[in-house]
Design a binder for this molecule. Structure first.
Ligand code: CDP
Length: 228
């Protein structure tokens, strides 16, 4: 059942933010959560954690048995505490690649589903960002945004992010890895990266973070900007 249209600051609401890598979902989702006073969950962090756990123990993240065991072993109480997902090692591209491999395995996705839904249902509501929030995790979300940008733009943003963190990175390699990960996320048979039928697509190629935030707030508040 769709919830009533959101006007101002209601008590419970779920906002789904989906889109490809480095489209600006995380920045936007955090700001929206702060603005509307909601909890925030970076669901990519869950897949990164599972993928990285398998890699760290010497396993292959594309192996369904290892990946499913790692996903089922996650303790929801430890996850809810947030510290597990704050590990900086999870932000590296190695963890991103491992994440997109475990994420293509249906039993891994199933193992993570209850935690995500329970998180979304907690008061006062939540902003979740990922790939399948509007399509699978929270199909009844109050607002759904599909945040995207050209792959060149997304790769340039990710490169800047890495260089700002003092990491070594080569533009061409970042672009290549991003294309590879996008292709895997779009082509998989379970929960592929695709906008929900009722999502508003927000192309951020020409927009800075403030402009994206302003448009998103307008969309969520039911005042669709004229330029969309
Ligand atoms: O931060 P970035 O956009 O690069 O990636 P992320 O959101 O941390 O997600 C890492 C990987 O996890 C993605 O490439 C997807 O394969 C997978 N993922 C997913 O399948 N479903 C989600 N809801 C979130 C992430």
């Amino acid at each position: 059942m769709p919830r009533p249209a959101f006007e101002g600051h209601l008590k419970t609401m779920i906002i789904a933010i989906d889109g490809p890598a480095a489209a600006g979902k995380g920045t936007l989702a955090r700001r929206l959560a702060a603005h509307f006073g909601l909890n925030y969950l970076d669901t990519g962090g869950l897949y990164r954690l599972v993928g990285w756990t398998v890699v760290r123990s010497g396993g292959d993240p594309a192996d369904p048995a290892s990946a499913t065991a790692a996903a089922r072993a996650l303790d929801p109480a430890a996850l809810a505490d947030g510290r597990l997902l704050a590990d900086p090692a999870l932000r590296a591209e190695g963890a991103g690649q491992a994440a997109s491999k475990v994420a293509a395995i249906g039993t891994v996705r199933e193992a993570l589903l209850d935690f995500q839904r329970a998180f979304a249902d907690r008061d006062p509501g939540a902003v979740l960002d990922g790939r399948d929030i509007g399509t699978v995790v929270c199909p009844g979300a109050d607002a759904k945004l599909f945040v995207t940008a050209s792959v060149e733009c997304r790769a340039a943003r990710r490169l800047k992010e890495l260089l700002d963190k003092g990491e070594q990175a080569i533009g061409e390699r970042v672009l290549e890895e991003m294309r590879e990960r996008d292709a895997r996320d779009r082509a998989r048979s379970v929960a592929p990266l695709v906008p929900a039928a009722d999502a508003v697509v927000l192309d951020t190629t020409e927009l800075d973070a403030d402009a994206v935030f302003a448009k998103a707030v307008a969309i969520i508040s039911g005042r669709r900007p004229a330029s969309l």
